[in-house]
Design a protein around this ligand. Structure first.
Ligand code: KE4
Length: 434
């Protein structure tokens, strides 16, 4: 056993035990560290910008629970709100004032949102948005982009069809072809492909669904004018534009990518940050579409724990902090410093990297080329990323265990954290070259 492996013995034992009872030892696949060819660390606790594993190792955390922990872990005000809510009971299955308060905050942040329905996961939010779009437009097809991830509902576990604008094939077992072929999968940042799909499937596209800033193939921003052209194409064809802002909502700005790019979706899916670290998400948007939801309209959607009072308390406390003061300026400053430091470290080590950053999310791709879509990501050096990940982990820097994920910077990351991360990157690049 190498010295480095000796640092993870309790996690290794825990993983072996977990695999007896949980498929793959985890409750969500990416946590198994399969994409970095090693076993996961089991986390014992977290506070601020740090997480602590069961072997007692401390890490600066850039996963942030895949986005929600933008204030840092166990923020005092969020904890206080959770504990106060919990004292009054954990779930009622009845309306509460806090849900209305949270909806007001979401609506105040987004020009495009008039009504909100809270639910428990991003998957649920997107699944509901699709159902609403099909009901509202009376059309069946959904367009999604290669490399965008929208949760695990059947319609979205699909891969591109045989030819451009052809209907999709299932990308997961258990998804019938009859469902997969109601989705069309196109390259991200390719407006001509969208035009071709509208041409081929005249009048039958209910919605174009997109992460306005992709963060599930690494971070990739929209090409200049791309989102605006999607908006125009949808307008002209009575097709809805659905922005999946589960990651970007309240991350890139209070109004997410739609604020950043001054564009309005017809429906918006939110999650992660609006749960404050607890299970909460939302489908939201134009009132004439949202009012189709039961009990008002004919589109059914429901949830035992939707608007859960403890999750809603965490969410309200989180947004109260985020939407006041200069939080987004601070996030921008920290992330820009980190980006510059990583770029300099790679350059000085003679390693080619492309860093895509928007606000406080970024990805470091091992390539000397721009990364603008999934095909570009696939041409990056994934093996090099795995070495970088392992070298950073062994120096106490916890990155997402996949080249297809994002780094998240929080308000809890201090200048010392950023500096230590840059130093660790210098050592890691040296090891990769060495
Ligand atoms: P959840 O069902 O996991 O709450 O949300 C699904 C989802 C929807 N839309 C976007 C843009 C998302 O990024 C996600 C979930 N993100 C992944 C990580 N990239 C969650 C981590 C995991 O799957 O364990």
């Amino acid at each position: 056993m190498t010295r480095e492996q000796s640092k993870y013995t309790k996690s290794a034992d825990a993983f072996a035990q977990a695999r007896k009872y949980l498929p793959g030892g985890v409750d969500s696949p990416v946590r198994a560290f399969g994409r970095v060819d090693m076993g996961p660390v089991f986390v014992a606790a977290a506070k601020g910008s740090k997480i602590y594993d069961i072997d007692g190792n401390q890490y600066i955390d850039y996963v942030c629970s895949w986005g929600p922990m933008i204030l840092g872990h166990a923020h005092p005000a969020v904890l206080e709100a959770i504990l106060a809510a919990a004292q009054k009971g954990s779930s009622f299955g009845a309306p509460t004032l806090a849900e209305t308060e949270l909806a007001e905050k979401v609506i105040a942040a987004y020009d495009s949102i008039e009504k909100v329905r809270f639910l428990s996961s991003g998957t649920e939010a997107v699944m509901t948005a699709i159902r609403l779009a099909r009901a509202y437009t009376r059309k069946d097809l959904i367009v999604k982009m290669v490399g965008c991830y929208h949760g695990h509902s059947d319609s979205l576990l699909v891969a591109a069809g045989s030819g451009l604008a052809e209907t999709a094939i299932a990308s997961s077992a258990g998804v019938p072809d009859s469902i997969a072929k109601l989705t069309v999968v196109l390259p991200y940042n390719d407006i001509e492909a969208v035009k071709a799909a509208f041409e081929k499937h005249k009048g039958n596209i209910a919605a174009v669904l997109i992460e306005p800033v992709a963060a599930n193939m690494g971070v990739i921003g929209p090409a200049d004018g791309y989102l605006q052209m999607l908006r125009e194409l949808c307008n002209g064809r009575d097709t809805l534009l659905i922005f999946d802002e589960v990651i970007t909502g309240f991350r890139l700005a209070a109004g997410g990518a739609q604020e950043l790019f001054a564009i309005n979706g017809d429906l918006t899916c939110l999650g992660k940050i609006i749960g404050g670290g607890l299970p909460a998400a939302a489908v939201a948007g134009r009132a004439d579409i949202m009012d189709m939801l039961a009990p008002l309209g004919p589109v059914y959607q429901a949830g035992t724990l939707s608007g859960n009072p403890i999750a809603t308390a965490a969410a309200n406390a989180t947004l109260d902090i985020l939407t006041k003061g200069d939080c987004y300026e601070k996030l921008e400053s920290s992330a820009a410093t980190l980006e510059a430091g990583l770029a300099d470290a790679a350059k000085n080590a003679g390693i080619d990297v492309t860093i895509n950053r928007l606000g406080s999310i970024m990805s470091c791709f091992f390539t000397d080329k721009p990364v603008r879509n999934f095909t570009d990501v696939q041409s990056t050096d994934i093996e090099c990323f795995k070495k970088f990940f392992a070298a950073m982990l062994n120096q106490g820097i916890y990155l997402a265990p996949s080249a297809y994920e994002a780094m998240f910077v929080s308000l809890a990351h201090t200048p010392e954290d950023i500096e230590k991360t840059i130093e660790a990157a210098k050592n890691s690049f040296a090891r990769i070259i060495g």
